[in-house]
Design a protein around this ligand. Structure first.
Ligand SMILES: Cc1cc2nc3c(=O)[nH]c(=O)nc-3n(C[C@H](O)[C@H](O)[C@H](O)COP(=O)(O)O)c2cc1C
Length: 200
């Protein structure tokens, strides 16, 4: 029997919450647990510990086409390089004012602009979005994250419901059993598609 070979794979999770190790990170780590059970490496990036400025609309990245933003004194270029080097990307955000946080939006705006001049950088990677919410706006935030992944030629992974869970104080999302089970299933689905894509 010929065994298929699997290359080592890495998924990065980007937590757009300004609250370190909060509900969004719990959701991303729940997905990570399933990936790690299947031998897939993971790395969590928490934007609470980083600075990403908003896009200045200078459009220099279109002209330069060097896969970088001209703002070099913040975390953006390092973050985009990590995204480009990964096999899968999980974008996570709490809902703020019925959408993603400004930290996550700054990343999406800058990445979209750089990628417009450097097409295909994230092509054929696997992607998923996860959202933590107290009560309302989760679908809008989920849509914003998915719109980014979808327009970058990535394969979006789904679960048994949309990838959101409810909670406000840190840890409360763990009481949302359906939300947590959805994240576990998402991790299993993500591992499944990654293995299909990367087997010989
Ligand atoms: C500035 C701000 C705005 C928020 N806006 C909303 C909102 O529109 N809808 C909602 O359901 N929760 C809202 N929340 C609550 C957070 O989404 C919720 O506490 C979430 O669990 C936080 O996740 P984190 O621990 O990863 O930061 C808001 C919280 C803050 C601080």
């Amino acid at each position: 029997m010929i065994k298929s070979k699997l290359k080592s794979m890495k998924v990065i999770g980007i937590n757009g919450s300004p609250r370190k190790d909060g509900n969004t990170s719990i959701l991303i780590r729940t997905v990570f647990d399933e990936l790690m059970k299947q031998g897939i490496e993971t790395e969590l990036i928490q934007l609470s510990e980083k600075n990403i400025e908003g896009c200045k609309a200078c459009r220099a990245c279109h002209k330069n086409k060097n896969k970088q933003c001209v703002i070099t004194d913040d975390f953006f270029n390092e973050c985009l390089a990590k995204m480009a080097a990964s096999d899968g990307i999980i974008l996570g955000s709490p809902v703020y004012s019925a959408n993603v946080t400004s930290q996550m939006k700054a990343l999406l705006d800058r990445a979209s602009m750089v990628l417009a001049g450097n097409k295909g950088l994230l092509k054929h990677k696997v992607g998923a979005s996860v959202v933590a919410a107290r009560r309302g706006g989760a679908i809008s935030a989920f849509d914003t994250l998915n719109h980014f992944l979808h327009s970058k030629e990535m394969f979006l992974v789904g679960s048994s419901y949309w990838n959101m869970a409810y909670g406000n104080a840190i840890g409360e999302v763990e009481n949302d059993r359906e939300g947590i089970e959805n994240m576990e299933n998402l991790g299993q689905n993500m591992a499944w598609i990654l293995k299909k894509i990367h087997s010989d």
